[in-house]
Ligand binder design. Structure first.
Ligand code: AMP
Ligand code: TRP
Length: 338
């Protein structure tokens, strides 16, 4: 990076976000979060992380985890994150994340905050809550550490993560009040149509890789025939006209996916299918998704493991430089001898 760019970055607002390498990425991850990152990287000093420390809050197979970390990094790049503009790195390559997490656990986070976290309640209720890892409970504090280490102004995420960003705000304020101004208080940022992509088999729940049925989600690596089948089986609402309304959540979800992946507005799409029914609409939607996925998959295949490892290594170096400064400041403020 040349000096001019380094100078410019000083004046830019900062954005930070991440995805866990804990399953295949799906359309919800792209439309709810990563698509927004791509458009933000020109305006912001952007950092995008592969949050492997978050992934191990639930059991992972080591061999698979290693593969997935590289696959998520490749996906970021293939979806349009440009490593020349944005810093891409793996969370466990930067020790300051776990250090700051521990410090926030002790001096800022309270049991009362943590017990309100709905994701933990939902996730632990699915399994046996008593057997959930302590890490799963503490996961939002680690996320706050990720965000606060990089002086983040804006955190682009899907709606399910807003409560966690709110916690990061609370912890930043509490720390600043006790120890003096240290952290920027970050803002969450959502997209309109993509903030909550719903399950194709159940429009009352978000699309999720941990869903029981594979007909809930479309992964970014799904083959064309799989996409056609999943869209054909997607639930629709009663009636047969293609119109967007809150009373028809299944159709609304499909229309959101359609508009986000094509250059067409919802109005244009409604007009296109006026009097034609769901069949045509679904067939075309499947093709829109397939076109997007096919070119994405080609770009993924063009990136070698070596190339992505090189990018992650230089990303970790830069992230370490930034995070080390911040963690030193924090340690100094809480009374550690430096
Ligand atoms: P995760 O897969 O939980 O690591 O999520 C990565 C990002 O994708 C986060 O910003 C989530 O909020 C977002 N995300 C996950 N599922 C959805 C969904 N169904 N709709 C919109 N955004 C989502
Ligand atoms: N918890 C987020 C998720 O599951 C992932 C994440 C970890 C994250 N650290 C973050 C997102 C920091 C934004 C900023 O989706």
């Amino acid at each position: 990076m040349n000096d001019l760019i380094v100078k410019l970055l000083e004046f830019m607002k900062k954005t930070f976000s991440g995805v866990q390498p804990s399953g295949e990425l799906h359309l919800g991850n792209y439309l709810g979060a990563i698509k927004n990152w791509v458009s933000m990287q020109d305006e912001y000093d952007a950092t995008f992380c592969i949050v492997d420390l978050h992934a191990i809050t639930v059991p992972q197979d080591p061999k698979e985890l290693r593969r997935r970390i590289l696959d998520v990094a490749k996906a970021y790049i293939a979806l349009g994150i440009d490593p020349e503009k944005s810093n891409i790195f793996v969370q466990s390559d930067v020790n300051a994340h776990t250090e700051l997490c521990w410090i926030l656990n002790c001096v800022a986070a309270r049991m009362g905050d943590m017990e309100k976290m709905t994701q933990f309640k939902d996730k632990s209720a699915k399994g046996d809550a008593q057997r959930a890892s302590v890490g799963l409970f503490d996961y939002p504090v680690l996320m706050a550490a990720d965000i606060l280490l990089y002086d983040t102004d804006v955190v682009p995420v899907g709606e399910d993560q807003v409560q966690h960003v709110e916690l990061a705000r609370t912890l930043a304020r509490r720390f600043n009040k006790k120890f003096g101004d240290t952290f920027i208080v970050p803002q969450p940022e959502l997209t309109t149509e993509g903030k909550r992509i719903m399950g194709l088999d159940d429009p009352t729940k978000k699309m999720s890789k941990s869903a029981v049925s594979k007909y809930n989600y479309i992964t970014l690596m799904d083959e064309p025939d799989v996409v056609r089948k999943k869209i054909r089986k997607a639930v629709t609402d009663s009636g047969s006209d293609v119109t967007y309304s809150d009373e028809r959540p299944a159709l609304q979800n499909l229309l959101n996916i359609y508009t986000l992946l094509s250059k067409k507005s919802i109005k244009e799409i409604e007009l296109m299918y006026d009097g034609r029914g769901f069949g045509d609409f679904k067939n075309d939607l499947a093709e829109v998704i397939i076109e997007f996925l096919t070119s994405f998959q080609q770009r993924v295949n063009d990136i070698s493991d070596e190339e992505v490892k090189r990018i992650l290594k230089s990303g970790a170096k830069k992230a370490n430089e930034q995070a080390t400064q911040k963690i030193q400041e924090v340690k100094e403020k809480i009374g550690f001898v430096m």
